[in-house]
Design a protein around this ligand. Structure first.
Ligand SMILES: [Zn+2]
Length: 77
């Protein structure tokens, strides 16, 4: 069981969260990103492997960038 680093009292439970990013010329919303969420204060934490995958997704999208992207974490490139 992981304790929340922010409020120190909550438990971090598996959840999904939308991830927002602002690239050079577009906004990206990645939906359903797996994370851990504090059951007390709502703080969310993404694991290192999830952050790596988010970086990959953003790098890919930046190459085909338009204005706004909304992608699903589990079905993104
Ligand atoms: Zn907390």
């Amino acid at each position: 069981m992981m304790n929340c680093l922010v409020c120190k009292s909550g438990d971090m439970k598996p959840a999904t969260e939308s991830y927002f990013a602002n690239l050079n010329n577009c906004y990206v919303i990645i939906e359903n990103v797996p994370c851990y969420k504090c059951d007390q204060c709502g703080e969310t934490v993404f694991s290192a492997s999830v952050m790596e995958r988010i970086d990959d997704i953003l790098e890919h999208l930046e190459k085909v960038a338009s204005k706004i992207f909304i992608v699903n974490y589990s079905s993104a490139a």
